[in-house]
Design a protein around this ligand. Structure first.
Ligand code: ADP
Length: 406
């Protein structure tokens, strides 16, 4: 039976959505509201061959959700409101509570709210989105898909920080990892199309936010983001790993407070901070090609971090079979893939320049000991799949009956 499933991904300034018809996974609508909570919100949608863009006068999430529902009905993308039976919501932080998706009820809402202390920027917005969509689509089953869940397979010896143990016991301070929906998507693509799930895989998700995940038999073994998405790789505006004493030192010497240091590390660092030019990798690359020394330095630092992390994770996996590039930079930047792979020659990585240039699915050479792939990530599809899969499970193992006709 065909089912309409909506994927919702709410952030601080945008609300992304996708509508699928399942089980064939045909995408009926994709788009986003940009400039949420600003004076100039914009609705952008692509459906069939059509594209639409509208400036909106209301900027809150409730108005956006109403607008989206009216749009789907008006364009006859869904036959009626009741036919939209499943809404999958991306939720940033599931803490130690959730290692998979769950049907949202009041208890789950309470837990997501409590977990806001671990993800103060993201979870409150996710919660707001869920509440708004539950209100306008009361007959749908709403499912939470957590960005941390995939990493719940990481062992304590890797997720704990060497701090006093009571920090973990009393405050749940540990590595959680993020981008889990994307890393999981890559893992499922590998197992579905290449039968390589049992192998040792390192997935480099390189976008504005960037993280690397080491996987064994399709499960997360280690990942570079930690308690927050600030740690690990150098990113668009985030610094990634730095000496942990630095925030305190910077606050002392500049006389600024910790909130300012926090903002600096999250929004003014990374590619933007070093290049003093842009956080956008395309622009950094162009500037570097024109000889801009700061852009060259930023690019080199970005690449070094990736190489060092892949090396560390190959050691953690005791070998490597498949290296994957995904995310906006991973999927599109020939330069990053080439320079990372050149520095991994010691592991037996050899790529073919022409395949890399044309961004083929497999870019490694026949003689390469490690298979190198480009996989386009699709977090929204993963959210829809996970939601439908959960609902198809027997009721006593977490699934629910999809019967809204009564
Ligand atoms: P987000 O983390 O916001 O989802 P994306 O995965 O969309 O980010 O990645 C955005 C990054 O991808 C930006 O730095 C952008 O410059 C980079 N990017 C997109 N296309 C290209 C390209 N053709 N070459 C190099 N970088 C690209």
């Amino acid at each position: 039976m065909n089912e309409y499933v909506l994927s919702v991904n709410g952030g601080s300034s945008s609300l992304k959505f996708r509508l699928y018809r399942m089980p064939d996974e045909s995408q009926l609508l994709s788009g986003q509201f940009d400039g949420m909570n600003s004076a100039n919100p914009v609705f952008k949608a692509v459906y069939g061959e059509c594209k639409q863009q509208e400036n909106l006068s209301t900027e809150d999430f409730a108005s956006a959700a109403h607008y989206l529902l009216s749009f789907m009905l008006e364009k006859q993308l869904i036959p009626n409101q009741q036919s939209l039976k499943v809404v999958g919501h991306r939720v940033a932080h599931g803490g130690e509570h959730y290692s998979g998706p769950v049907v949202i009820d009041n208890e789950v809402l309470g837990n997501i709210d409590r977990l806001s202390s671990l993800a103060p920027i993201h979870n409150p917005i996710n919660l707001l989105c869920i509440q708004v969509f539950r209100q306008i689509l009361p007959t749908a089953v709403h499912v939470a898909v957590f960005d941390t869940a995939f990493h719940q397979t990481i062992e304590p010896s890797r997720y704990l920080y060497p701090l006093p143990y009571e920090m973990y016991l009393n405050h749940k301070i540990r590595r959680y990892g993020f981008h889990g929906i994307s890393h999981q998507y890559v893992s499922t693509v590998l197992s579905a199309t290449f039968q390589e799930q049992s192998q040792k895989v390192i997935n480099c998700h390189l976008g504005n936010g960037a993280s690397i995940c080491a996987m064994f038999e399709g499960r997360s073994v280690m990942t570079s983001m930690g308690f927050t998405p600030l740690s690990g790789l150098m990113m668009g505006t985030r610094c990634g790993d730095i000496d942990p004493a630095l925030p305190i030192h910077i606050a002392r010497i500049t006389g600024t407070d910790m909130d300012n240091v926090d903002r600096m590390m999250n929004f003014k660092s990374g590619l933007l901070g070093v290049s003093q030019y842009s956080s956008d990798f395309r622009l950094i690359n162009e500037a570097a090609q024109q000889g801009n020394q700061q852009a060259i330095l930023a690019q080199e630092m970005f690449i070094n971090r990736i190489v060092e992390t892949v090396g560390a994770y190959a050691a953690a996996l005791n070998g490597l079979d498949v290296l994957v590039f995904t995310g906006g930079i991973g999927e599109n930047s020939e330069v990053v893939r080439q320079r990372v792979c050149e520095q991994l020659a010691y592991l037996g990585v050899v790529i073919e320049t022409t395949k890399n240039r044309s961004a083929e699915q497999v870019i490694s050479a026949q003689a390469s000991r490690i298979i190198v792939k480009i996989i386009k990530t699709d977090e929204e599809l993963m959210i829809a799949r996970e939601s439908v899969k959960l609902l198809a499970e027997p009721v006593d193992s977490g699934g629910v009956e999809l019967n809204h006709d009564d």
